[in-house]
Design a protein around this ligand. Structure first.
Ligand code: GLN
Length: 305
């Protein structure tokens, strides 16, 4: 299986320019004819750092029918691959126009035939999301015991011909609102109990580097961020499972209103307690990272049993 992360630096609110940037990167990448899955960052074309509903309103897209979905369908058909892209969703009004509309921070996944496979709504919101988005509908379940609810807060299930997949968006891999225990590992626990061989996270992950530090060695990853991501999958590491689990972390890079993003998109494998890294993009690099999961990973970051 071949997967790709399109890491780039969208500008907040500059949708047409952001699309042009993404197209440009794809045109300058040798995309294999047998690519299975192309993943874009969270809120890829709208940009991420909005501070209110009023601010993001002009960029909201109706459920699986806005500009991001249209783009993803075209790209899926062109490369005959699955495409997952993050976008700011507003629900379409039902037959009763007085029914309230709801906003979500979502991803849509398209099949290689151009059909909509799944719309996922971010469950664990980051501070900025809370100003405009609601939690994904299943997100109440993490406050309940398993006995009380069978709804998981994240998606884990069949995703077309990709097979069984766990999907999340950025903060989903953190403790709920940074208040639940670190070791609750809500996201990784679901991935583990669902036995999905593939995990995919679309992200706009921030970093603590200064703008100057971010621009130094742009092709080097932010190692602290990658190490943190690996740490959030600890339950899968400790399970020491024989079957490999592949994790795709598709982040954005660049800056928005003084906020720096970590780039460093990463594809890794967890197997028998060992964590290996296939490839990592640089922290300030705009590129499409293509990884063949059947090849040997480049580095081992944690040895196994
Ligand atoms: N905890 C993440 C961060 O620090 C969350 C950001 C997000 O959800 N986009 O970047």
């Amino acid at each position: 299986m071949k997967v790709a992360c399109l890491q780039f630096a969208p500008e907040v609110g500059n949708v047409q320019e952001n699309i042009r940037r993404a197209d440009n990167i794809l045109q300058n990448t040798r995309i294999p004819t047998d690519l299975d899955w192309l993943v874009l960052p969270e809120l890829a074309f709208s940009g991420y750092n909005f501070h209110s509903l009023e601010e993001i309103r002009p960029y909201l897209e109706p459920t699986t029918s806005g500009v991001s979905t249209q783009w993803a369908i075209q790209v899926a058909l062109h490369y005959t691959c699955h495409v997952t892209i993050g976008y700011p969703e507003i629900t379409t009004p039902s037959t009763n126009p007085s029914d309230p509309q709801t906003q979500y921070n979502s991803t849509v996944t398209i099949s290689p035939q151009g059909t909509i496979l799944h719309n996922y709504r971010k469950s664990f919101l980051y501070y900025t999301d809370e100003t405009w988005a609601s939690e994904g509908p299943a997100s109440n379940s993490h406050k309940l015991s398993n006995a009380e609810s069978s709804d998981a807060p994240f998606f884990a299930g069949e995703l077309g011909s990709l097979g069984k997949v766990t999907l999340g968006i950025c903060m989903d891999i953190n403790p709920y609102r940074f208040t639940s225990p670190w070791a609750a590992y809500e996201f990784a626990s679901l991935a583990l109990s669902s036995s999905t061989p593939l995990i995919c996270i679309s992200m706009a992950w921030l970093c603590h580097l200064t703008p100057t530090e971010l621009m130094e060695n742009p092709t080097q990853p932010d190692v602290a961020t990658v190490a943190y991501w690996v740490e959030r999958f600890q339950p899968l590491v400790e399970a020491k499972g024989d079957k490999p689990v592949y994790v795709i972390l598709a982040n954005r890079c660049g800056m928005e209103k003084g906020v720096c993003y970590a780039g460093s998109s990463t594809v890794l494998r967890i197997e028998k307690g060992a964590v290996s890294l296939f490839e990592t993009a640089g922290k300030s690099e705009e590129k499409c990272l293509v990884v063949d999961l059947t090849e040997r990973p480049k580095f081992q970051v944690r040895s196994g049993r």
